[in-house]
Design a protein around this ligand. Structure first.
Ligand code: SF4
Ligand code: SF4
Length: 470
C-alpha cells in the first residue's frame, strides 16, 4: 500500500501505485483541459505531483511539448539564471564485490585493471584537478568493505581538503559511495561532505534484483532506504538519480519523483540534486541487453519535465552526454555539469595506459574549453561552493531557494568564482570572454550594496586575494 511517509522501500515506492499512475497518464495523454491546467499551476513554481508529471511525460501533442519546453526554460531562468555550476568526478577505487550487469567494475570482470588511489596518488590527482581550476569534486568508489572501507574514504576526504596547491583548493567534496549504515553516514557528515549521492539505477524491484544478481547491492530495500539512513545520520543534502535505459523510462521517472516526494514528506527536505545519466557503452557490458535505451528527444523531455516538477532541485548531467545534448538540456533545466572528467581511477595526473574507466566519456573537452563554450553560449560558469561552507544546507537551503532569495547569493558568488578561474587558470581567449560576461552581469545584481561589494571583491581578486563569498 502506497505511503509516502513510510520507512519501508516498497511502501514509499509502491509498484501498484506506479502502474496506476502510468495507466492514469496514458488515459489522459490527450486530455487538453487537464494538461493545460497542470501547466498553468506549474507556473507558480511549486512543483508537480508524480501523477501530473507522468501525464506530461505521456503527452505527445506537439503544441503541448513546446509549452513544456518553454515553461522549463522560464523556471530554469527564474531559479538558476544563466549560471552553471561546475564539478569533476574523482574515482578513488574500482574494486567492487557487486555484480551489476551494466557496470564494468562488477566483481567478475577479470580484464579490467583494478586500482585504488593511495593518499599520495590522491595528492597528485587533486593537484592536477586544482590546476585545471576545479573547486568541487564528486568522489566515486566501488563497494568493497575490505579494500575500500569507510576509514579509507574518510582519510581520502581529509587529504583532499588539506591540499592547497598555488591558489587551488577543493572546497566541496560530494560523495557517491555504496549504501551504508547510519553510523557511517554520520562519519561522512563529520568529515565535511557536501552532498551524499546514490543512484537508484532502477526503481523496478524485480528488474533491480535481476540487474544486481550478487553482492550487497542485490538488496533492493537496503539500497532504496539509503537516503533515509543518510538523513538520520545528519546528511541533509542528498542526490538521487536513475540510470535511464536499464528499465522502462516512464516507470523510473515516476519512481524518481515518488522518491523525491518521500524525502520531502518525511524529512521536510527534498533531494538537493537529481542526476540523469543514460547508459553508455563500457568494457564487459553488452549494450544489446539494454533495449530500453532512450533517444535524445525523450531524454530532453525528461529533463524539461523534471525542471517543472521539482524546481528547487539541481539537475546534473555528466560527460556521458555529448556537447550537442548538453547544450540542449542546459537550456531546459540542467544546472550543474562536470567538465574534463576522467572516469578512470587515476586519470587526471597522468593518462592511464591500462583501461580502468567506468564508462566511455562522450564530451572529452578540457575544462577551459568547456568554460569557453559556456561563456560563448551566454552562461556564467560558476565554481561556487558557498552554501555548504556557510551552513546553508538541508531545510535552510530549501527555504532560501523557495523564497527566491538564493539568486541574490548565487549570482555574485558565480561572478567572483568565475573571476578566480579567469585569473588563475583560463586561456587568453577564455579570460577575455569571461571578463566581458562579468562586466555585463554586474548591473544585473539587484541589491546596490551587494553590487558594490562584488565590484570591490573583483578588484581584490585581481590583486591576488581569494575566496570571497556571500
Ligand atoms: Fe560496483 Fe557501483 Fe559498478 Fe555496481 S555500479 S559494479 S556497485 S561500481
Ligand atoms: Fe550553489 Fe549556494 Fe553557490 Fe548558489 S550560492 S551556486 S546554491 S553553493
Amino acid at each position: 500500500m502506497y505511503n509516502s511517509k513510510s520507512k519501508i522501500a516498497t511502501e514509499f515506492i509502491d509498484h501498484e501505485e506506479i502502474l496506476k499512475t502510468l495507466e492514469y497518464a496514458e488515459k489522459n495523454k490527450e486530455n487538453r483541459p487537464l494538461i493545460e491546467d497542470i501547466l498553468e499551476r506549474a507556473k507558480d513554481c511549486k512543483g508537480l505531483s508524480y501523477q501530473e508529471a507522468a501525464v506530461l511525460l505521456e503527452c505527445e501533442l506537439p503544441d503541448i511539448m513546446e509549452k513544456i519546453a518553454k515553461l522549463a526554460q522560464e523556471i530554469k531562468l527564474k531559479f538558476y539564471g544563466n549560471r552553471i555550476v561546475m564539478f569533476a568526478p574523482l574515482y578513488l577505487s574500482n574494486y567492487c564485490i557487486n555484480g551489476c550487469r551494466y557496470c564494468p567494475y562488477h566483481g567478475s570482470n577479470k580484464h579490467i585493471a583494478r586500482k585504488q588511489l593511495s593518499q599520495e596518488d590522491i595528492v597528485r590527482e587533486v593537484t592536477a584537478l586544482q590546476d585545471m581550476g576545479h573547486k568541487r569534486l564528486a568522489l566515486e568508489t566501488g563497494e568493497d568493505p575490505e579494500k575500500c572501507p569507510i576509514e579509507y574514504v574518510l582519510e581520502s576526504i581529509k587529504t583532499i581538503y588539506s591540499i592547497k596547491h598555488k591558489n587551488g583548493a577543493i572546497r566541496r567534496v560530494n560523495v557517491n559511495i555504496a549504501a551504508t549504515t547510519v553510523e557511517n553516514y554520520r562519519k561522512l557528515k563529520e568529515a565535511g561532505i557536501g552532498t551524499y549521492i546514490l543512484f537508484q539505477e532502477t526503481y523496478h524491484k524485480e528488474n533491480y534484483e535481476y540487474l544486481h544478481p550478487t553482492g550487497p547491492k542485490h538488496n533492493y530495500s537496503y539500497h532504496t532506504e539509503a537516503m533515509d539512513r543518510a538523513m538520520e545520520g545528519g546528511i541533509d543534502d542528498v542526490g538521487i538519480g536513475v540510470l535511464f535505459g536499464l528499465n522502462l523510462y516512464k516507470y523510473d521517472f515516476v519512481g524518481l519523483l515518488m522518491h523525491a516526494h518521500h524525502l520531502e514528506d518525511t524529512f521536510g527536505v527534498g533531494p538537493h540534486t537529481i542526476s540523469v545519466p543514460r547508459i553508455r557503452p563500457a568494457d564487459d557490458v553488452d549494450m544489446n541487453d539494454y533495449s530500453n535505451a532512450i533517444p535524445d528527444e525523450i531524454f530532453e523531455k525528461i529533463v524539461a519535465i523534471l525542471r517543472i516538477a521539482v524546481p528547487y532541485t539541481g539537475l546534473i548531467i555528466s560527460t556521458r552526454e555529448s556537447q550537442k545534448t548538453r547544450e540542449k538540456v542546459l537550456k531546459l533545466g540542467v544546472s550543474q555539469i562536470s567538465g574534463a572528467s576522467s572516469t578512470s581511477v587515476g586519470g587526471y595526473a597522468e593518462r592511464e595506459e591500462e583501461n580502468s574507466a567506468q564508462f566511455e566519456v562522450n564530451d572529452t573537452r578540457t575544462l577551459d574549453e568547456v568554460v569557453n563554450w559556456l561563456l560563448e553560449l551566454g552562461y556564467i560558469p560558476s565554481f561556487c561552493t558557498a552554501c555548504y561552507r556557510e551552513g546553508r544546507t538541508g531545510d535552510r537551503f530549501m527555504q532560501l531557494v523557495k523564497s527566491g532569495q538564493i539568486a541574490n547569493v548565487c549570482q555574485p558568488n558565480a561572478l567572483m568564482t568565475l573571476k578566480e578561474y579567469l585569473e588563475d587558470y583560463a586561456s587568453e581567449d577564455t579570460r577575455r570572454k569571461g571578463e566581458t560576461v562579468i562586466q555585463k552581469e554586474i548591473p544585473h545584481i539587484s541589491n546596490e550594496k551587494v553590487r558594490q561589494i562584488v565590484r570591490e571583491h573583483l578588484e581584490e581578486l585581481h590583486e591576488g586575494k581569494r575566496d570571497f563569498r556571500f
